[in-house]
Design a protein around this ligand. Sequence first.
Ligand code: NAD
Ligand code: UDP
Ligand code: UDP
Length: 321
Amino acid sequence: MRHLVTGGSGFIGSHLIDGLMADRAAQVICIDNFQTGSKANVAHWLEHPRFELIRHDVIEPLRIEVDRVWHLACPASPIHYQVNPISTIKTNMLGTLNMLGLAKRCGARFLLASTSEVYGDPLVSPQSETYLGNVNCTGPRACYDEGKRIAEALTFDYHRVHGLEVRVARIFNTYGPRMAINDGRVVTSFIHQALRSEPLTVYGDGSQTRSFCYVDDLVAGLLALMDSGCLQPVNLGNPVEISVAELAQRIIARLNPHLTVSHHPLPVDDPRQRRPDISRAEHELGWMPKVPLEEGVARMVAALRVQEAIPSAEPEMAVVT
Ligand code: NAD
Ligand code: UDP
Ligand code: UDP
């Protein structure tokens, strides 16, 4: 089985590659333009005979022979996808078109990494796949959330028009080792701030909610979805909802109880609430997340300490393996 993983040197992509490489029959080709990803994330596979890394931007056509396309290429953190919003739209639109064209020519199965952002600032909670969303198509997040909506539209048109076998994962906030230190996403930011003994930067009053899924759970969901017969979009995320203020307090309590929070303006169009209804994933894939937030954060901190050789001066968190 030949797998193409676009965006494979990013956070989720590199963990997905670890999962795919565990199958001895798998050959994995990772393509990435290194906009937000890093070769270091896949460095442990570079010499492996079943692995190949190609620098390539998905907005350009690509001609290789594969059986499965895992299309993850796209910056995912708000500060990264807003740096060059037109490039983000091109990645979602032209990049997805090219990867669909490639999958069609090869007769490959295609999985799109979509997002909970297709629900925008949701007016219902929890969000199920039947909710059509509340998205501002003119705001600064539109390059990403409308970008992913057009990517989904293209994906389902390739299924209807060309009979392409497609899978669509609507991924909710995911965290874990290998998230880029500078990507500004809340779990990474808070952990890094706590380890540097800085105040935790809470945007707005912190009452907005998210539901955080550990990356190993997410990868298990992606693998199950690709292998399933499910032709509808599937929410993948951890349904345990928490406010940003509460997240800050839990990280402070576990890592350094002396820390404070500093409040900063809420970004434009920041969704007020987000929580997945995962009944479709449970029913169709037999999947549900297993790693609670405390354990996932502990694993991330342990990995960071190894990666950055940070001394453990702060009270140690128990690492459950
Ligand atoms: P990431 O930024 O770590 O990874 C994205 C990867 O795509 C990077 O390696 C980047 O260099 C690469 N890339 C970007 N544009 C590219 C292009 N034009 N051509 C080739 N490569 C390109 O982000 P992530 O968190 O690993 O997200 C991976 C995918 O999952 C994205 O599609 C994202 O939208 C989706 N997703 C992630 C989350 C999350 O919480 N992490 C939530 C919802 C959806
Ligand atoms: N494409 C690609 N690799 C392939 C096949 C197609 O990158 O192996 C690109 C192709 O350049 C085109 C897009 O995918 O821009 C859509 O291809 P498709 O054949 O579906 O449509 P068409 O080229 O007929 O418009
Ligand atoms: N956030 C925050 N402080 C930070 C980074 C983010 O309070 O340092 C908030 C942000 O405003 C949002 C939530 O945390 O309400 C999640 O932000 P993130 O960028 O991680 O993901 P997304 O907004 O895409 O869900």
